[in-house]
Design a protein around this ligand. Structure first.
Ligand code: MG
Length: 225
């Protein structure tokens, strides 16, 4: 079986800034830091990386484990409210792509830097969650390449050894993490990164959006890998 692992923000959905607003609010209320994420752009970073980097930038030190917990607890309090906003969107072609992948016999997993509870809240307005039978999250590891490996390990327990693993994401960090973990990368250029930035990262496949990514199946692109 072939595994397809999906990043969340900028790949499956855009949250309309819900994550940023919730985390900014948590940092303001707990530490008095205003607009914390303006100095630590979230795209491509795992949630714990964002928290760590805000601490480094504003406080010159790494957070303690209980500080991560407090921040995420506060973040999760605001996210369910923030996610209901008019700019929330399932990205074009995503449902068609997932449907096709399922029909082609791929095993679909989530591999996102979001902490697990945050990922579930962010996907709750969509009907996408049911496509994924396994996953790994920012709550599993701060390091994206590590959480990709954890996702594959979980998939392997259900489906056995994969023939190939493809990582779908929207930033150079997704491409680099896939390479580091030893998997193929599929970059889509309608999320948080420019096409030129993604080209520089040299993904195995580069598509303008998920409609374009249907070529992966229509042209049998994966068969060459
Ligand atoms: Mg992303």
């Amino acid at each position: 079986m072939r595994f397809l692992l999906f990043d969340l923000d900028g790949t499956l959905i855009v949250s309309g800034g819900a994550g940023t607003r919730s985390l900014n609010r948590a940092f303001f209320e707990l530490y008095g830091i205003e607009d914390a994420l303006s100095k630590v752009p979230p795209p491509g970073r795992t949630d714990p990386e964002i928290v760590r980097d805000v601490f480094l930038v504003f406080m010159g030190r790494e957070p303690e484990p209980e500080e991560y917990e407090k921040i995420f607890e506060r973040y999760l309090k605001y996210l369910p409210h923030e996610i209901n906003n008019p700019n929330y969107e399932v990205l074009p072609g995503v449902k068609e792509f997932l449907e096709r992948a399922k029909n082609e016999g791929f095993a679909l997993g989530l591999a996102t830097g979001n902490i697990e509870k945050g990922a579930r809240i962010k996907l709750s307005p969509s009907s996408l969650l049911s496509y994924f039978s396994f996953g790994a999250y920012g709550s599993d590891s701060i390091k994206r390449s590590k959480l990709l490996k954890i996702a594959v390990e979980r998939g392997r327990k259900i489906y056995g050894e994969p023939e190939a693993v493809y990582v779908v994401g929207d930033t150079p960090r997704d491409v680099e993490a896939a390479r580091e973990a030893g998997f193929y990368s599929i970059a889509v250029a309608n999320g948080f990164s420019e096409r030129s930035e993604l080209e520089t990262a040299s993904p195995d496949f580069l598509f303008s959006d998920m409609h374009d990514a249907m070529r992966f199946f229509n042209e049998g692109l994966y068969l060459n890998r």
